[in-house]
Structure formats: structure tokens, C-alpha cells
Design a protein around this ligand. Sequence first.
Ligand SMILES: *Cc1c(COP(=O)(O)O)cnc(C)c1O
Length: 449
Amino acid sequence: MQTKIVLDENQLPKQWYNIIPDLQGPLEPVINPQTLKPVTPQELQAIFPMSLIEQEVSTERWIDIPDEVREIYKLWRPAPLYRAHRLEKALGTPAKIYYKYEGVSPAGSHKPNSAIPQAYYNKQAGIRRLATETGAGQWGSSLALACSMFGLECTVYMVKVSCTQKPYRKSLMELWGAKVIPSPSNLTAAGRSILAEHPDSPGSLGIAISEAVEDAASHADTNYALGSVLNHVCLHQTVIGLEAKQQMAIAGDYPDVVIGCCGGGSNFAGIAFPFLADRANGKQVRCLAVEPASCPTLTKGVYAFDYGDTAQMAPISKMYTLGHDFMPPGIHAGGLRYHGASSLVSQLYNAGQIEARAFRQNACFEAAVLFSRNEGIVPAPESSHAVRAAVDEALLAKEEGKEKTILFGLSGHGQLDMVAYDTYLSGNLEDYEYPEESIRQSLGNLPKV
Ligand SMILES: *Cc1c(COP(=O)(O)O)cnc(C)c1O
């Protein structure tokens, strides 16, 4: 009875899968927030290298993974695929449950899969420093790691409250050589204007994005890096699903349903897009994106053009959105608290190619604890959403007496999120109501494009 399906290093994919040529409709344009016209590659070059701008709109189905990137991927990739024998038994389900584990990366999540190539392409373009933002610190620590590998400097604007709430991710970033700046800071005009009005501002992801983008745009040797949402980030993450397909074939199985949690959408894209390629060729496979009920972008948002950030500095794109000034409740799955979703994921959802569900955090932690007590690994609070959905699919299979093969993405481990588990285990974890009124308000502020 095989538990882990591991690939050899020479089976690490040599190319990423680009879903753009397999979309049913054309790619929606990205709009410049100042001119309200489609952005030009020249405008994007102020903050991104040309190679990543090209990947953003590429119509090549397969894009080579540079050798230098593959060499670094090998520090933890190929990542293991597990068969959840013990969880299946605990649930008494006829379903087979598999999970692809991304917690084996040095940062403990899938995010280095894109941080490494982003640092590589910026280094190739002669960039000396990268600036970015981070909330709970998963992306900041992944980019810090990537920059240290390529000898780049890294500046991370970290939401001020998170610096005190998540001190160990700050330590990780500093250990990997990054400079961590609590945001809002007095180093940027965006930060100074917030501080002038609110000296005690706890900060927000939107403010931190504005600071990082301003830093990059105002320094010729500095670029900006984003950890999710963009097409090139989804592209880099497909290494997850491409490995999982090989591993499922070794196990002699194929999933009926592929499940991933969805914040900005790159993790879901990573596990699901390679399977959607099969769906485009007539294969029966469902792909399910899972989000928090308190930040229900796909299930309750609208499909419209909106800003990528609160400060309206980031490009406008077509996506499922709750409104760029929507402030989600402070759930523990910080990585899923984004007002929008990747435009690729949004386009697929709008076309009925993928499904979405939303869960409250207590239900997710309940599934995560059951998972940990059987499989051992402690899921990240974000990943616990995928665990919940997989458990529900398995219980449904039991109810219906059906055999079913379930694959879910375990996007990271939660060993730096023990405060969240403490809160759950002590019975103090709050479930937030669906914030209908504040979503209604923020949807009134969409840009007129
Ligand atoms: C950031 C994060 C997510 C959300 O990723 P998206 O690609 O933005 O959807 C999921 N799981 C973990 C562990 C994360 O760190």
C-alpha cells in the first residue's frame, strides 16, 4: 500500500503550462488606472522585467523553466503526493483521497514556486533590488528566500499589525537577508500621507502594495514583485499540477475532482490548470476553488473591472471582486483575504469551467484538526479550506455509496500559525457573518471602465 508517491529529480517538469491559448474567449485587457486605457508593455516596464511582461500575455502553451530555476526548485521539488489512507479510514469513505504537499518548501508554502523565477528574471534584467508587500508574511518570506538565492536585495513592506502578530515570519525574512519595513512607513509618499492623517494606522495590504509599487517605480534599479493574481504567477505555479498528474498516473488513478484553496488564485491555478487542459480535451474532471465565507470573492463577488489595490495604483483588470476597498474580517487565513481573484481563474469561473465554494473558519479548522490527527501534517489555515472541501466530498461519496477519486492541494503547513490553532482549540475562534452590507458598499465604488 503506497502512501507517498515521489518523483525523481529528473522528472521535475521542464516547462510550465500556460492556459491562455486554451481559454474559450480572448484574454481581457488590463487597464492603466491613470489613463483608463489598456496598459502598454512600456508602462509595465517601470516595475516589471520584460520577460515577465511577455509571460503575462503569452499565447505559447508551454514555456521553458530556466535551468537555474529548476536547480533551485530541486531543493524541495518534486514535491510529494500522498494517499490519505488514514484520513479515508477515519471518515469511513469509499473515496480515495490524495493530496499534493507544498509545505516542503523552505518557506513552508507554494509561494517560492513563483518567487524563485521572479527573482531570476529580474536578476537577468539587471535589477539590483525587489520591493514587495506582505500581510501575514508568506509571500514576503518566499521572496526574501528567492532574493538571497540570486544575490538581490529585498525590501518588504509588511502590514504593521502583522509585524507584531506574526513576529516569526518577520524573523524568517530578516534571516534570509530582507529589509522589513512596517507599513505605513515614512519612506514613501503613500505611507507619509496615511501617517499624517492616522499616526497610529495598523496598516493594510492595500497601503503596503502602494508603498512597494511607489518604491519600485521611483528607483531605476528596483522592481516590484507580486505573489499571486497575475497570469505569470499562475503560470509558474503549474509546476504543482504537472507533477501531480505524473504522480496520479504512477498511482494508477485520475481525479474526479481537483480541489484548491483560493485567495488571489495562484495556488488553485497551480494544481488545477494542468487538469483543465485535459478537460479541454474532453476528459471528465471537476475543479473546485475554495474560499472563506467572510471573503467570498468568487461565490458572492461580481465579474467586473476593478483595481488590484485599495489605493487605486495597481492596474485595473476584469475579475470577480468584492470591491477594491472591501476590508475582509480578520480571519486567520490571511493568505485568502484578498478582494479579487486572478483574472484567469475569474474567466474560467465565469465560463463555467470551474466550481467554487465558501466555508467558515471553524468548519475549516475542524477538518484541519481531523486531518492532523490522522495524517500528522498541520495544514496552514489557508490550506484548511481545501481540506474541508475534500472531507465533504469524501463524506458525500460515503452517503451516496460511490467510489470517487479526490485530489487536493495542501498548499502549506501551519507551524507558524499556532496562535490560530490555539484559538480554535480553546473554543474562541469566531465565525464571521457574510459581510453583505460592506460588500454592497464597496461594490458601489468600482471604476467606470
Ligand atoms: C498565500 C497562500 C495561499 C493563497 O494563495 P493564492 O495563490 O493567492 O490563492 C494559500 N495557501 C497558503 C499556505 C498560502 O501561503
